[in-house]
Design a protein around this ligand. Structure first.
Ligand SMILES: Nc1nc2c(ncn2[C@@H]2O[C@H](COP(=O)(O)OP(=O)(O)OP(=O)(O)O)[C@@H](O)[C@H]2O)c(=O)[nH]1
Ligand SMILES: [Mg+2]
Length: 213
């Protein structure tokens, strides 16, 4: 990309995410999803990785998606319409062992079924906490997305909370993971919802998937 192309790319992301963003649907059951319409991007990752906080940071709204210091906050698929051009889906987290067993199986089952079968799902932003080692469940979700041929992009979160060398090591690890999964988008994005680092890059990457403005 030339500097001019890059500036235009970032501007497209800024413009998309400056649009009105509104919550419009929550589902706890797969037969209660909103009818598939425009392109969707889902935010997936372990409980507490920062999915809901990232949706807020991208849209510049502090309380659009509900967040919590306790894992297991988001318990349904929450759908947000971004300017009529892109749907953002804040997902429940996986790997939260303390959830009540039935509830856990219910929402985690929904999540996997959604990821496998949603025709309008254009990409999954797969969040990995920069402070925490990659877990077995992360690998299982990446395998599932490979099998379902759903493109996913690895997004590192909470980069404000690690040292520069630790972040560099994490980025190499994430890039290696992306290379080893056929459904992975090659570029990873390192973000902090706290400082705003990388948020403009992720906005631009997601704007590539949106309906024309
Ligand atoms: N330092 C730091 N903390 C963050 C960042 N993003 C999120 N957090 C914190 O991480 C915790 C979890 O954030 P959530 O956005 O609720 O996480 P989630 O992935 O939606 O969690 P579930 O809905 O439970 O799956 C909160 O205490 C956030 O303040 C970040 O970029 N930096
Ligand atoms: Mg959440």
């Amino acid at each position: 990309m030339t500097p001019d192309e890059r500036a235009a790319w970032l501007e497209a992301g800024r413009k998309l995410f400056a649009a009105e963003c509104a919550f419009f649907y929550a589902s706890q059951r797969l037969d209660q999803l909103p009818p598939p319409a425009g392109p969707e991007v889902a935010f997936a990752g372990r409980s507490n990785v920062g999915k809901s906080t990232l949706v807020n940071a991208l849209t510049g709204r502090k309380t659009l998606a509900r967040t919590s210091a306790q894992p297991g906050r988001t318990r349904q698929l929450n759908f947000f319409d971004l300017g009529g051009r892109l749907t953002l889906v804040d997902m429940p987290g996986y790997g939260y062992a303390r959830a009540n067993r039935d509830v856990k199986e219910d929402w985690q089952g929904l999540m996997f079924d959604y990821l496998r079968g949603r025709p309008t799902l254009r990409r999954v932003a797969l969040l990995l906490d920069a402070r925490i080692e990659v877990k077995e469940t992360d690998g299982q979700v990446m395998d599932l997305l490979d099998r379902a041929a759903v493109t996913f992009q690895i997004v590192l979160t909470k980069t404000d909370a690690v040292t520069a060398p630790a972040l560099a090591a994490k980025q190499s690890e994430a890039e290696a993971l992306a290379r080893s999964h056929p459904a992975a988008y090659p570029d990873i994005v390192s973000t902090s919802s706290e400082t705003g680092a990388g948020i403009d890059l992720l906005r631009a990457a997601l704007a590539d998937l949106a309906s024309p403005g």
